[in-house]
Design a protein around this ligand. Structure first.
Ligand SMILES: [Zn+2]
Length: 225
């Protein structure tokens, strides 16, 4: 995630006062290979820009989308003219930045600034402005590939059951039907934690209980942060 542009806070506030600048800045950060339709089942790169409304219309699914759709900013009534200077501040500041300071710097109340800090920090940590899965999320691991006992003896890893010798796919499924999956080398917390952290919003309920051991560790670490 690259954030370029203004040199000082005053520059940043002026710079991001322009909705077109905000749109182009966030689009470049989110879609380095070109603007992409954020609808999960679409993902088309063909679109028209509706300049008067600062929106794109997808040529494939015909839906309109703003640069906020599918990002951590989508569900916030706050404009990018507030969000992006806040992102700039947190990217530029080497030391911690309090919600009181942020509130004063960009002109929002302290409660709002606290919420922004929380969200932006998570995004910077993940290296992505994309919305994490939220709500009730189911987690599961599945072995993919041939069973060991069906393979030729020379290709068997060892005699065993379960996922031995299979590629393990770890998947997260939200109640809205959104899926995130990846192939993992093992099912340890150290392997799965980073993927969960990147894809699930803090406070989401992760199921089932078989995964409770590392989820618990994950929630604890979120709380103490
Ligand atoms: Zn589309």
């Amino acid at each position: 995630m690259k954030t370029r542009g203004p040199k000082t806070l005053l520059d940043a506030v002026r710079y991001f006062a322009d909705p077109v600048v905000c749109r182009d800045f966030l689009a470049a950060a989110r879609w380095p290979n070109g603007v992409t339709c954020p609808r999960k089942e679409c993902g088309s790169k063909e679109h028209w820009l509706i300049k008067t409304r600062n929106l794109w219309r997808c040529k494939s699914c015909k839906k309109q989308f703003s640069v906020k759709v599918g990002s951590i900013f989508e569900d916030s009534p706050l404009g990018l003219d507030k969000w992006l200077p806040a992102v700039w501040i947190l990217t530029a500041s080497k030391k911690g930045y309090s919600s009181h300071r942020l509130a004063a710097a960009i002109g929002v109340c302290q409660k709002t600034a606290w919420f922004m800090l929380h969200r932006i920090r998570a995004a910077l940590k993940n290296g992505s402005f994309e919305t994490p899965l939220s709500g009730e999320v189911e987690a599961n691991t599945t072995g993919v590939g041939g069973k060991e006992k069906n393979k030729h003896a020379s290709k068997r890893l060892h005699q065993g059951t379960g996922n031995a010798g299979k590629a393990i796919v770890f998947g997260l499924l939200s109640r809205h039907g959104e899926v995130r999956a990846k192939t993992v080398s093992d099912e340890s917390g150290a392997t799965l934690h980073p993927f969960i952290r990147k894809n699930i919003e803090t406070g989401s309920d992760l199921l089932p209980m078989t995964l409770a051991r590392f989820v618990l560790g994950w929630k604890m670490s979120m709380r103490t942060r």
